[in-house]
Design a protein around this ligand. Sequence first.
Ligand code: ACO
Length: 331
Amino acid sequence: MKERSVGILGIGSYVPEKIITNFDLEKTIDTTDKWIVERTGIRERHVVAEGEATSDLATRAAERALLDAGISAEEIDLIIVGTVTPDMQFPSVACLVQNNIKAVNAAAFDLTAVCSGFVYGLATGSSFIKAGTYKKVLVIGAESLSKITDWSDRNTAILFGDGAGAAILGETDAGYGILGIDMGADGNGGDLLRVPAGGSRLPTTEETISQRLHYTQMDGNEVFKFAVKVMGETVNKALENAKLTAKDVTYLVPHQANMRIIQSAAKRLGLPMDRVVVNVDKYGNTSAASIPIALDEGIKSGRIKNGDVIALVGFGGGLTWGATIIKWSKP
Ligand code: ACO
């Protein structure tokens, strides 16, 4: 039997209204706009308002993706949300979104792959469609990293932001859609990027809170080295899977963690920066949300067009990484 082709039928994103600029951070921690821009490329980030949570952002992005695809929520068979900042331990963000958009026929679950959550979600969702189990899958990357960021720690406070991006997966014309994927993990590097407390190993206590163990901890230099190495490798593996090479890539849509990481990944792949979608300056690192937000902006701005080959690439805590090669064709 001929394999089904699976593509993105609609895409949408949402970032909260509140903005924190580097100049705002200058007032609260020992840093400067100049240092942050030079080392990361980030100028500002959006953060959720009081009372706003990840499912609110995910729901807005999902509504926009449904509108873009021109389908109703009842047509969705499965919702997958990549997130490490769920509203609560359970129910999942996916179940909260299912209720908000009234996707009454959908199964729903969250997936934990940190910043690789969206590419892991695309690989998972598309497999259900290829297998013939489901017809339409909603994949979302959504985060409120501001809630797990220690705003007094200059090593991490400058990096993160909040947002959500969503894509509707479904069958597409042969030769288009997702042509290749790659996913990987290295649990040995888990300590490089983590939130130590709040789980079953170290439940939240007054002591864990006073030691600030409920916030993100990171070995920035090691994560930097890992990211630069793995991004090119995973894109090349996914391209091989798609029987293509880096020369065929029209646009690279990387996880938006740091401008210097993006530049060196593009260099390793031999891609000039005008073929890379970058918005890290406006949003900072929004983890699982960063790739779908960048993809949405690349498409809505008219840069990415039907027939273009795009390489999505993510890396993050776990450690995890992954890439998706898509020949873009939106009905
Ligand atoms: N403002 C001013 N100075 C600072 C700041 C700051 N915000 N942060 C650190 N510094 C200082 C350091 O203390 C150090 O000073 P010293 O030389 O006197 O000791 C100096 O600046 C250099 O620090 P480095 O850590 O070496 O700076 P580097 O150039 O490596 O940049 C950064 C740090 C931006 C964190 C970088 O390592 C990075 O981006 N790493 C990757 C992080 C990442 O992508 N994480 C997310 C992964 S995705 C996920 O799963 C969430």
